[in-house]
Design a protein around this ligand. Sequence first.
Ligand code: ADP
Length: 278
Amino acid sequence: MVQPEPPKSLAKVKHIILILSGKGGVGKSSVTTQTALTLVNKGFNVGVLDIDLTGPSLPRMFGVEEKQVHQSVAGWVPVSVYNNNNNTDEKKRGNLSLMSLGFLLGNRNNSVVWRGPKKTAMIRQFLKDVVWNGGSNNVPLDYLLIDTPPGTSDEHIAIAEELRYAQPIDGAIIVTTPQQVATADVRKEINFCKKVNFDILGIVENMSGFICPHCAECTNIFSSGGGKLLSEQLDLTYLGNIPIDPKFVELIELQDNDHDKKLIDLYDDSELKPIMND
Ligand code: ADP
């Protein structure tokens, strides 16, 4: 049998990482955003592909909801979230670009009610037709982070089929919250990864306590330690925990002109290092 070629648009991407979660609202898109910003601050060129077709939230999180993707001869040009060429600081940061169905929907309140084959076709197109060149300087991406819908759906299967032959696919980061109920859903995600032969890079526990902005004391609003426990039980790497961060929420809601710069600065000294082993 002839093996399909890997999508050409991904051929030069150094690392491809999926962000998965068992259910919605646990902070998968937030973790994608924060990981992308941390990597950009470390000087890497990062692309983010939002294939959460039922609720594409990344354009809003990155503050680029009003921007548009362009169609070039080579394919879709993703939206530039942060371009190092415009950077006036000394610091060597990378570029950040985003492709999301949200840009094609026109209105934030529109949602996609598509059957499986149409979703699959759209994801194939996203994987094949986006020109990931790491910003205007035509540098290949160091990292492509793919934000997926919750659970395991048509979108995941399409990604698994399409990326099976891509070079290289590093694996998946699984996001959970501390409660046992969330970790139960994560097990399904882990089984899916095993079935489709995706490596699991590890588990991140999000919303792991709230750090009081006044006294810096951490309060475990939910029970704690579910992510760590699960990783021990399943012999997976525990990548760490992310507390609820009011500054992050504030910036997302603010949507002002300096959004990109402020977000980038917020993660400048981030200790989020799930995937830093280049
Ligand atoms: P998912 O992608 O899993 O559906 P989101 O990333 O959209 O979840 O998060 C749901 C909501 O919770 C968003 O409004 C987001 O801003 C907020 N949120 C998630 N993680 C954090 C965090 N660590 N600190 C503050 N707010 C968060």
